[in-house]
Design a protein around this ligand. Structure first.
Ligand code: ADP
Length: 406
């Protein structure tokens, strides 16, 4: 029987939501559910004017602009959008609300039905995700008031990576940091890595349990993971989402001594360096835009900074593919997903160039076809398949939500 789930992704300054109808028994199949409504509220809490856009298939988008002072106002506006533009939530039998929660620490290894105790643990994890977990909690509390009696489920960005072996999740740092302050690799984008790796196995016609894949999630945030037999064994993001690949505004890997150096030579304190590494670095820091489409236009126009940004971006990806090949020993597929991974042939081609000795090659025509579906971009008979698999985090959140509410 079809069931309806409201998926809420409450970020530090935005709310994304989807009302999804799906058949839980078809969860492993290609059934991607029916979007009854999707929406986005941006610029929450910034003081400026934000926009709520609410879309239903087959109708014109419903839009309102307002100063969304905080998440509570924004959530109230979302509920009003459902009332005014439909579907009316009080006439639909909501099975559950699924929340994206960024940090689950070591506490949460899978999606979990929310109650006061679980909420308390998510609160205890705020020091690890000071911007994200508080926003997630506002969403959980708001939905609890709006939909009394409807089960709510937390789906954690970190949970899928809790299978990392100690050798991969341990930083070689003093014991007190590790024991008392929980310093270790957690990894993020877990919902996407899980969904995409499972779909990749299906595209290869194999079970996830016998498939090894490297997943490149290249969005505004970007991370790579090594998945062995359906379990995450290595991933590039760490204690926070700052580590690893070059991202829209994040630096990814740097020498950990750079903050102390900048403190000495430029009197920048740790908070200022953290802010710059998270918000003023990556493609933005190198080329002046966090959007790869703009950076590519600049590069086409001959801008050397933009060309360098693309070189650095692709070099970092190639370095990780090589490293994760070594971690896995045998790789069945390299999989591209998210905004850049799904849409940018240049990044796919350049990141994997020169890896033929590893059995990795990209077929130019397949890579450049405008096809949007799950697909091979490697030549026939290649030792390692190269795939593009569109991610669907909302569907995966809805699926996991239904799986735990039964
Ligand atoms: P988020 O992490 O915010 O969910 P997305 O997965 O939507 O982000 O990815 C956003 C990134 O995808 C942006 O850097 C954007 O430039 C890039 N992108 C989207 N479409 C294209 C395209 N056609 N070509 C190149 N890059 C693209």
């Amino acid at each position: 029987m079809k069931q309806v789930v409201l998926v809420l992704n409450v970020g530090s300054s935005s709310i994304k939501y989807q009302l999804l109808e799906l058949d839980p028994s078809a969860a492993e199949s290609r059934d991607s559910g029916t979007r009854l409504a999707t929406g986005l509220v941006d610029r929450i809490g910034g003081g400026g004017t934000g926009t709520l856009t609410h879309k239903r298939p087959g109708t014109d988008p419903y839009e309102i602009t307002d100063t969304f002072a905080d998440h509570e106002h924004a959530l109230a506006a979302v509920l009003a959008a459902f009332r005014d533009a439909g579907p009316a939530l009080d006439t639909i039998r909501l099975t559950a609300v699924g929340h994206r929660v960024v940090h689950g620490g070591t506490e949460f290894t899978q999606a979990t039905v929310l109650d006061e105790a679980v909420l308390g643990k998510i609160r205890d994890l705020i020091p690890l995700a000071p911007l994200h977990n508080p926003a997630n909690i506002t969403g959980i509390e708001g939905a609890g008031r709006a939909f009394p009696g409807v089960p709510q489920v937390a789906v954690f960005d970190t949970a899928f990576h809790q299978t990392l072996p100690a050798a991969a999740h341990t930083y070689a740092v003093p014991e007190q940091w590790r024991e008392r302050y929980a310093v270790r690799r957690y990894g993020f984008h877990g919902t996407s890595h899980e969904y995409v790796s499972r779909r990749a196995a299906a595209v290869l016609g194999r079970s996830a349990a016998e498939t090894n894949v490297i997943v490149l999630h290249l969005g505004n945030g970007a991370s790579v993971s090594a998945i062995e037999g359906g379990r995450s064994v290595e991933t590039s993001m760490g204690l926070t989402p700052l580590e690893g690949l070059v991202m829209g505004t994040r630096s990814g890997d740097i020498d950990p001594a750079i903050p102390a150096y900048l403190e000495r030579v430029a009197r920048l304190d740790a908070a200022a360096v953290d802010e710059a590494l998270n918000r003023e670095s990556g493609l933005l820091g190198l080329a002046g835009s966090n959007d790869l489409r703009d950076v590519k236009k600049q590069a086409d126009g001959g801008d050397p900074a933009a060309r360098l940004a693309i070189d650095v971006y692709c070099h970092r990806i190639r370095k990780y593919v090589g490293a994760y090949y070594a971690v896995l020993g045998r790789v069945d597929a390299v999989v591209f997903t998210a905004g850049v991974g799904e849409n940018d042939p240049l990044t796919r081609e350049r990141s994997l160039a020169g890896l033929e000795r590893l059995g990795i090659a990209v077929d130019r025509e397949r890579n450049e076809s405008g096809d949007r579906d799950e697909r091979f971009i490697s030549p026939d008979g290649a030792e390692v398949a190269v795939l593009v698999v569109p991610t669907d985090e909302e569907l995966e959140i809805a699926r996991q939500t239904l799986a735990v509410v039964g």
